[in-house]
Design a protein around this ligand. Sequence first.
Ligand SMILES: Cc1ncc(COP(=O)(O)O)c(C=O)c1O
Length: 469
Amino acid sequence: MKPNDLSEIVSNDKSHVWHHLIQHKPLQSTDPMVIVEGKGMRVKDINGREYLDAVSGGVWTVNVGYGRESIADAVRDQLVKMCYFSNSAGNIPGAKFADKLIEKMPGLSRVYYSNSGSEANEKGYKLVRQLAAMKNDGKKHRTIFRDRDYHGTTITALSSCGQSQRKDQYGPFTPGFIEMPHCLPYRSANGDDPDFGVQSARELEKIILREDPDTIGSVCLEPVTAGGGVIVPPEGYFETIQEICKKYGVLLHIDEVVCGMGRTGKWFGYQHFGVKPDIVTMAKGVASGYAAISVTVTTEDLFNEFLAEPADTMHYFRDISTFGGCAAGPAAALENMRIIEDENILDNVNKMGDYLMDQLRELQQKYPIIGDVRGKGLFVGAELVKEPATREPVAESVAAAVVADCLKQGVMIGRTNRSIPEFNNTLCLSPALICSKAEIDEIVASIDVALGNLPAQVAPSKSRAEVLA
Ligand SMILES: Cc1ncc(COP(=O)(O)O)c(C=O)c1O
C-alpha cells in the first residue's frame, strides 16, 4: 500500500479489528465507520463524508474539539525530550499539571497518574481497602455505589456498576460493593416531592446502618450520572450525602471521568453542590483524547495516612500504573487546561448549555415522545416515552432509529445503550465545549427531523399540549 492510500484500510479493519461496544455480525454485509480527520466540532470518514459530532468523540472525550495543533505540538515536544519514565520518579509536565489542577480543586492536594477512568477509580477503591487494612483490621473496606452509575470496565470497576446490562455475563464480581438507589426524580415514586433530593440521599444512611457503619469505607458517585441516563442530582442531594459521610466516617469518592474539565460548566461537577470530596477521579476530558491520561486526586489527610516510616515496607501505597509514567498525558493535559482558560470555555459551556436545554424543551412541546429533558452545561439528555402521562419508556429500537436518522443527516448524537434493560431510551448530547449557537441549531434541527420521521404509531403527530389535554 502506498503512503496515504486508504483503499485497504476498510478491509484491514474488517479482517482484524475487534471494535469496542458494537456487534460485528452486521459488518459482514456493511462497512465499519472509519474516521480519518477532525477539525473543531466536525469529523470526516474514510469516504469523505463530514459529520457534526455532538458526542465529543462518541464518549464525552474531545472537550476542546479536534485538530488542536498546540496540544499536538506540546505532546511532540515532550516526547522527543523525555517520553517515559516510571512515575516512581517525577517528570516536568506531571509536576506542572498537578500544580495547575490542584489550583482548581480547593481542599485537595495529591495527584496520582494512571491511564483510564476505570483504573483511576480502582486506585480509589484500593486506597480505601488499604486504609481499612492499616487502621481497622480491614473491616471498613466496603464501597457503596449507586444504581445507574458507571465507574469502568475492569471486573472490580464493574463490581461497582449500577447498570445491569454492563455487568450481565461478566461475573463473578469482586466482593465488597453495595448498591444504593438512583436519584432521578422522573423515575421515582416521590420524585415530585420538594424534599426528594434529601429523601433520596437518606437512602445512603439507611444502607450504612443496615450494613454496619464499621464496614463502609467509601461511597463512589458520579456528580451527574452519564451513561445511566444523564441524571442531575436534585436539590439538597449532595449536601445530605456529605453530611452522612461525615457522620459515619465514610470517604466521599466523586467520579468526574465524564463531568471533569468543564463539561457541566464548572471545572468539576461536584463544585455545583458545595461538597468537599476525599477522592476525585477523572480521565476522558483531562487531555480531550489527545493522549491517554487519568488521575486520582486526594486530600492531604488521606495522603498522610500512607506516610509510613522508611523501614516499614508495607504501609504505604504500593500501587503502580506503567503508563501513568507517560509524559505525553500531562503535557497534553496542561495545554488542554490552558485552552479552556484562555478561550473562556467554561463561560461558553454555561451559555450554550442553557441554549441547548431551551431548544430541546421547545422541541418537547412539539413532540410528546420527549418525556423529560435534563442536564447541566453541555451535557444533556432527552428521555423518550410512549406518552407523557404514563412515562412508559419507548423501546430501545426507537431511540436507535432517532440516532440513525441523525447520522444519516450528518449529525452524530448518542443514546443510552446496554445500560438498564427497559431504560435504554435517552438521547444523549455532549458536544465539544467550544460548540456554537449555529452548531446547536444544526444538532436540534436534525433531532427535529428524526422525530418527525418516526412512524405515527410510535410518535403521534399531536403536540404535547394536545396529548396531555
Ligand atoms: C463515569 C465514568 N467513570 C468511569 C469510566 C471508565 O473510564 P475508562 O473507559 O477510561 O476506563 C467511564 C467511561 O465511560 C465513565 O463514564
